[in-house]
Design a protein around this ligand. Structure first.
Ligand code: HEM
Length: 404
């Protein structure tokens, strides 16, 4: 056992038992961050804070929510929204938070794609990021079921129907997932459990993995420069803080992060107080009714691009294209065959690939919201084929890319 001496302070007492000084060094004061990064590198921290806000607001909602098909709708729309003091505030924070989290996730992902932060040792950061994306999507979908409104019910119906796997007609699987022939009480309670317990727990583990995966390769930088972190941190510790290419996480980088976070929170609370309706679908203000199908069933905005990919095809081909869209992003580090880590604008054809992907996903999102008719069908199909084609050409154009 280690030799314990008389402590000189509470900090020292804890350090002798928990190695708090070492933890602080490794996680904060000697966790080195490149200097040449911009505000987009604060999005990870914004996401961590958003997750915390979702957990806190979720705990307050949980105090009054009733996971029962006879009571759920009123517990949300009447008890929480009208009866409980500030219940509406927690609900707005939760609904706006989940929607904005996806906006930030997409910005965070596209930043990583633009700067090539997913390769040369950073593959696990990307893969754990994609795991987080899938987990957040599951959390959003399961949470959407809980108010038990018309959109909850019918979106639940449509998405669980996908598990019948088209012509394979695996209706048994769909019933197994629902616990019934149609979404009902068993369906609601299992999605409740998934939403409030299982997924948040797994997300916490996945965030730990994501942060851990950043440790060895360190974060990338705006120039894709390969920094020697040992030499540069030694320079910093020797007093040459100006000449060193790195800074400490605490408080150098943290102060930048907190500034960006502050600006973000002003925007966020502006939405929570004055512009929250985009996050609360009016169709969901009608209680679930299995006998009345809404004329147009659509998912929340952040799922629209992949939903649109389902639409131009017949049943089976649509499912295959949809499945492809769900998983292909995970393989990005291996489909990009170029060893160059650099911003897209210095990577020739990859720059075109990047902007086409971004514009294409925005187009798919817009088309997913519009009714599938006339010109919208044509644009939607063109955008879908472009999306699929982009992944075929990626290995070819990156193989042709000249080495830096
Ligand atoms: C949803 C919860 C997420 C949290 C809390 C989170 C958090 C973070 C943090 C704190 C960083 C370091 C600083 C920064 O670059 O912002 C980071 C980096 C990174 N994240 Fe995430 N992230 C999340 C989701 C994702 C997703 C969905 C992806 C994409 C698949 C992703 C991919 C990456 C990559 C590639 C980096 C390295 C960036 C670099 O080296 O420059 N993350 N993340």
């Amino acid at each position: 056992m280690a030799k314990i001496r008389k402590a000189t302070s509470v900090g020292d007492w804890l350090d002798q038992r928990l190695a708090t000084e070492t933890i602080k060094k490794v996680m904060a004061t000697e966790y080195w961050i490149p200097k040449n990064i911009n505000f987009l590198w604060a999005m990870g921290m914004v996401l961590a804070v958003l997750f915390l806000l979702l957990v806190i607001s979720g705990i307050f909602l949980l105090m009054y929510y009733k996971p029962d098909t006879a009571l759920a709708f009123d517990s949300v729309n009447y008890t929480i929204m009208a009866e409980v003091g500030y219940g509406w505030l927690w609900r707005h924070i939760h609904a706006v938070g989940s929607s904005v989290a996806f906006l930030i996730i997409y910005i965070h992902m596209f930043t990583a794609i633009y700067y090539g932060s997913y390769k040369n040792g950073r593959e696990m950061i990307w893969i754990s990021g994609m795991v987080l994306f899938i987990l957040f999507s599951t959390a959003a979908f399961s949470g959407y079921m809980l108010p038990w409104g018309q959109m909850s019910y019918w979106a639940g119906m449509v998405i669980t129907n996908l598990f019948s796997a088209g012509s394979l007609e695996l209706h048994g699987v769909v019933e197994w997932i629902r616990g019934d022939y149609v979404p009902g009480d068993a369906f609601l309670t299992r999605f409740f459990m998934i939403h409030v317990l299982l997924i948040p727990l797994v997300i916490m583990g996945a965030i730990g993995l994501h942060f851990g995966a950043l440790r060895i390769p360190h974060v990338n930088n705006q120039d894709g420069e390969e920094i020697d972190f040992d030499t540069e941190s030694a320079k910093y510790l020797a007093g040459d803080t100006k000449g060193s290419k790195v800074m400490r996480f605490q408080f150098d980088f943290l102060s930048k992060d907190i500034f960006v976070l502050g600006v973000f929170l002003v925007f966020f609370f502006y939405l929570v107080f004055y512009n929250f309706t985009f996050a609360l679908d009016p169709v969901n203000l009608d209680p679930a009714n299995g006998l009345k199908t809404p004329p147009h069933i659509y998912p929340e905005w952040y799922f629209l691009w992949s939903y649109e990919i389902l639409r131009p095809f017949s049943k089976d081909a649509g499912l295959i294209a949809f499945g492809f869209a769900q998983v292909i992003l995970v393989f990005l580090p291996f489909l990009d065959r170029s060893p160059n880590v650099a911003p897209a604008n210095r990577r020739g054809l990859f720059a075109i690939w990047f902007w086409v992907l971004l514009i294409d996903m925005i187009t798919l999102t817009i088309m997913g919201k519009l009714p599938p008719e006339g010109i919208f069908n044509v644009i939607g199909a063109a955008a879908t084929w472009t999306f699929l084609g982009l992944w075929v050409v990626l290995p070819i154009i990156t193989m042709l890319e000249k080495k830096k």
